[in-house]
Design a protein around this ligand. Structure first.
Ligand code: MRU
Length: 353
C-alpha cells in the first residue's frame, strides 16, 4: 500500500522472496492476497485473471522470471540460463493480447547473459525497475493527459472510461485512470462514468472500487448506455487504456472499446488512449496483426458458477477489439502525446524526434 493521495492500491508486490498478488477475481467483496513461489503458478494466475491489465501482467511476468531463475539456478546451475527459456515461454503464453507481457520478458532476458553467480539480486533489481518505471510513466501520463482536458476557465467535465486501467491494472496509479485521477485533482473532471464491462465486470468491481477508495465520484452504467449518455452531452471525453497499439495507432483494448470510439466520433466526444510505450508494438504496421484473445464461453453463459443463458445457446467471447487509429483523437504515452495518430507521428514520438 502507498499513502499517496489518489493512489492507495498495489495489485503486485514482491514480499519475503515471493510474489504477492491481490486476487482481482474476488474484489471488491474480498481483499485476498495470493502468494506465488513458482513460475507455473505465476503464469496460471495471469491466465486465470488473478492479476490483469496489460502493464500489471508485464510486471507480474518480470517477477515470475525471478522465481524461475532462482529455482533453475538452485537445481542445475550450469544450464539454468538455457533452461529458463522454457519458463519464459510458459509466461509468454499466459495471455496473448497485451504486448507488455513479452516486452517485460525481453527486458528480463537481456539481463541474464551478464549474471555470473546467484541470479536473485540482479533479476529482482530489473523486475523492480520495470515496476517502478511503470508507476513513473503513469504519473507522467496523468499530467500529459489531464493537460488535454478542458482549458482553464471551462467548467469541470464528466468523462467515460471502460474496463479497469487503474492501480490494479498497472504497477500503480494507472493509465487512463491515472489521467482521470490527475484531472480530478486539477479540478478538470468532476464526474466519472464507468462501464460495467462484461463479462468480468472490471468497471463495476474494480474501477468503481478504486475510485470510491480515492473519493472520486463514480457512476456506473451498463455498456449499452454509452450512446445514450453521449447523445445527452453528458461526457466530454472517453478515456481508455490499451493492451497493444500498432505502429499506425490502431489500438487493441477491452472488448467494447471500439463501440465507444464509433459512438464518440458520431457525437463529437473526444477519444483518448493512454498507454506506456511498453504497450506499443512497432513490429505491427496496423491492428490487423494483433492477436485477439478468445476466452471460455462459460464467462458469458454462466455467472458465479450458475448457468444464466438458455441451455443450448452458443457464445463467442473475444476479450479485446481493435479501434482504428482514425477514431482516436489522442494517444498519450510517457514519451509524449500524439494527436490524430499516424504512423509518422508515432515513429517520431518513439524515436524522440
Ligand atoms: O482482460 P483485462 O482485464 O486484462 O483487460 C484489461 C484492459 O483491457 C485494459 O484496458 C488494458 O489492459 C489497459 S490496463 C492499464
Amino acid at each position: 500500500m502507498t499513502n499517496n493521495h489518489h493512489d492507495s492500491i498495489r495489485a503486485v508486490e514482491w514480499a519475503n522472496g515471493a510474489l504477492k498478488l491481490l486476487d482481482q477475481r474476488l474484489l471488491p467483496q474480498q481483499r485476498t492476497y495470493v502468494m506465488l513461489e513458482n513460475v507455473r503458478d505465476t503464469a496460471q494466475a495471469i491466465t486465470d485473471m488473478v492479476v490483469r491489465g496489460a502493464p500489471a501482467i508485464g510486471v507480474t511476468a518480470a517477477y515470475g522470471v525471478v522465481l524461475a531463475a532462482c529455482a533453475r539456478h538452485a537445481r542445475a546451475s550450469a544450464t539454468w540460463k538455457h533452461d529458463i527459456e522454457t519458463d519464459i515461454d510458459v509466461l509468454a503464453r499466459s495471455r496473448p493480447t497485451a504486448v507488455n507481457l513479452c516486452w517485460a520478458l525481453d527486458r528480463m532476458r537481456r539481463v541474464i547473459p551478464a549474471i555470473s553467480s546467484d541470479p536473485y539480486e540482479p533479476l529482482l533489481a530489473e523486475a523492480r525497475r520495470i515496476h517502478e518505471e511503470d508507476i513513473a510513466a503513469n504519473r507522467h501520463m496523468g499530467q500529459l493527459g489531464a493537460a488535454l482536458i478542458a482549458d482553464s476557465g471551462q467548467t469541470p467535465c464528466a468523462v467515460l472510461t471502460h474496463c479497469n486501467t487503474g492501480s490494479l491494472a498497472t504497477g500503480g496509479y494507472g493509465t487512463a485512470l491515472g489521467v482521470i485521477r490527475a484531472a480530478y485533482a486539477a479540478g478538470k473532471v468532476n464526474q466519472v462514468f464507468a462501464d460495467e464491462t462484461r463479462p468480468w465486470l472490471q468497471g463495476a468491481r474494480l474501477t468503481a472500487w478504486e475510485l470510491v477508495e480515492d473519493n472520486i465520484p463514480v457512476t456506473l452504467v451498463v455498456e449499452g448506455a454509452g450512446a445514450h449518455l453521449m447523445k445527452q452531452g453528458a461526457v466530454r471525453w472517453v478515456i481508455v487504456g490499451a493492451d497493444r497499439i500498432a505502429a499506425n495507432g490502431d489500438t487493441a483494448n477491452k472488448i467494447g472499446t471500439y463501440n465507444l470510439a464509433v459512438v464518440a466520433r458520431y457525437h463529437g466526444v473526444k477519444f483518448m488512449v493512454v498507454a506506456p510505450t511498453s504497450t506499443l508494438d512497432m513490429t505491427l504496421s496496423n491492428g490487423e496483426g494483433i492477436p485477439i484473445e478468445i476466452r471460455s464461453t462459460n464467462e458469458i453463459l454462466n455467472h458465479n458458477g450458475s448457468q444464466v443463458a438458455a441451455q443450448g445457446a452458443a457464445a463467442w467471447n473475444p476479450a479485446f477489439d481493435v479501434t482504428p487509429a482514425a477514431l482516436i483523437d489522442a494517444i498519450v504515452t510517457e514519451r509524449g502525446v500524439v494527436l490524430a495518430p499516424t504512423p509518422e507521428k508515432i515513429a517520431a514520438m518513439m524515436s524522440g524526434t
